[in-house]
Design a protein around this ligand. Structure first.
Ligand SMILES: Cc1cc2ncn([C@H]3O[C@H](COP(=O)(O)O)[C@@H](O)[C@H]3O)c2cc1C
Ligand SMILES: O=C(O)c1cccnc1
Length: 353
């Protein structure tokens, strides 16, 4: 399969056919239950039906793509943790002991680890996909974090990876990340693309205290003041990281193949924001899995008109919230594919009596 150029990738994404929505809704309403009694799982079932139509939704194989990248803005002390933790978490993930490994296992999802731009040479590992674009992004306080060419490259490489995985039988795509200081990059994307006041987008991340958050807000303010960009790709290049750009590409890749894509928390949400601002139809394929405890996530979800399924107070990233919602997608597809119709159940009981 030849890989799609950036422009063709964007052009290949089309909205779901809404003319089928009412029929799908009445199918769900007609199942063996009081109308509405499976709550928001019913909306999810309709969304899956719309994504997969005319075929029944498939949910057997799920994988979380965890993209890793470092951030030049880490030099401004916007995180309580040193940037070296990014590479260490990649290593933990590769040996199966990171949070995402355990949660993905519980949810029945594979984990794919991608080096998008870690600052350091990771030892080769059979399960590490090396797509490193650079040893960390540039410091967006002083210059654009990525070049436009790098942003496009990150998007197309990740989209291709996901498109191939789907061709090989992947049914559910989930995205996550690791990258120390990336809550600052995500806050800048949320601010500019929401749009939303910067102070509403900057939060404690991995655990800054009030003084730390004030410093982070001042640093982010300097980065925001440096560039007036508002076009989504420009904003991504100005403030984003390589892992955020690759998550954006993964989302676009899933949408281009008409597959649901599970969006994790605040950082993954910022990638979804870029993808949806690039191609609004992408929204039809996104499943907003959970509400992160990070301050800016509520604002970001409002910008996306999204109501997530889970609210567990998670604020880890890595794709942890995304995989936890995979069983909900399977359950919703089960309702559509396997659940009896109320009319049939009632007829059977009449026939038996
Ligand atoms: C041990 C550890 C594991 C993580 N896994 C994900 N993150 C999360 O926290 C980081 C972003 O927060 P901030 O902007 O405050 O640095 C990212 O690596 C994100 O994936 C982690 C952070 C740490 C410390
Ligand atoms: O919600 C997230 O994605 C998140 C929040 C804090 C730190 N890392 C990730």
């Amino acid at each position: 399969m030849p890989s799609l150029s950036y422009d063709l990738l964007l052009q290949s994404i089309t909205p779901v056919d809404r003319s089928r929505e009412a029929a799908l809704r009445s199918r769900v309403d007609g199942k063996a239950k009081p109308v509405g009694s499976l709550g928001r799982l019913e909306d999810l079932a309709v969304q899956l039906g719309l994504i997969w139509q005319p075929a029944p939704p498939r949910t057997g194989r799920a994988a979380v793509f965890m993209f890793a990248g470092d951030h030049g803005i880490a030099a401004e002390n916007v995180s309580p943790f040193p940037a070296s933790v990014t590479a260490l978490m990649v290593a933990a993930c590769l040996n199966g002991t990171a949070g995402i490994n355990l949660l993905a296992q519980a949810a029945g999802a594979e984990v794919v680890v991608v080096d998008a731009g870690v600052n350091g040479d990771l030892p080769p590992h059979p399960e590490l996909i090396n797509c490193k674009i650079r040893h960390g992004s540039r410091n967006s306080v002083v210059e654009p974090a990525l070049t436009l060419a790098e942003a496009r490259q990150a998007i197309t490489v990740a989209a291709e990876m996901v498109r191939r995985a789907i061709d090989d039988g992947l049914d559910i795509v989930a995205i996550g990340e690791v990258g120390i200081s990336n809550t600052t990059a995500a806050a800048l994307l949320a601010h500019r693309l929401g749009p939303a006041p910067l102070a509403d987008c900057v939060g404690p991340g991995t655990g800054l205290d009030a003084a730390g958050v004030a410093h982070k807000l001042a640093v982010a303010g300097r980065a925001a003041a440096r560039s007036a960009a508002t076009a989504p790709l420009d904003v991504l290049a100005e403030f984003g990281g390589y892992e955020i750009a690759m998550m954006c590409g993964a989302i676009l890749g899933a949408a281009s193949k008409r597959r649901p894509v599970m969006i994790d928390g605040f950082i993954a949400g910022s990638a979804a924001l870029v993808a949806i601002r690039l191609v609004p139809a992408v929204r039809d394929y996104c499943v907003f899995s959970h509400r992160s405890a990070e301050r800016g996530h509520g604002q970001m979800l409002r910008s996306l008109d999204a109501e997530p399924y889970l609210d567990l107070g998670l604020r880890l990233g890595e794709g942890t919230g995304a995989v936890l919602a995979v069983p909900l997608v399977r359950a919703a597809a089960g309702i559509l594919n396997g659940m009896a119709d109320l009319a049939d159940v009632l007829t059977a009981s009449e026939a038996a009596s």
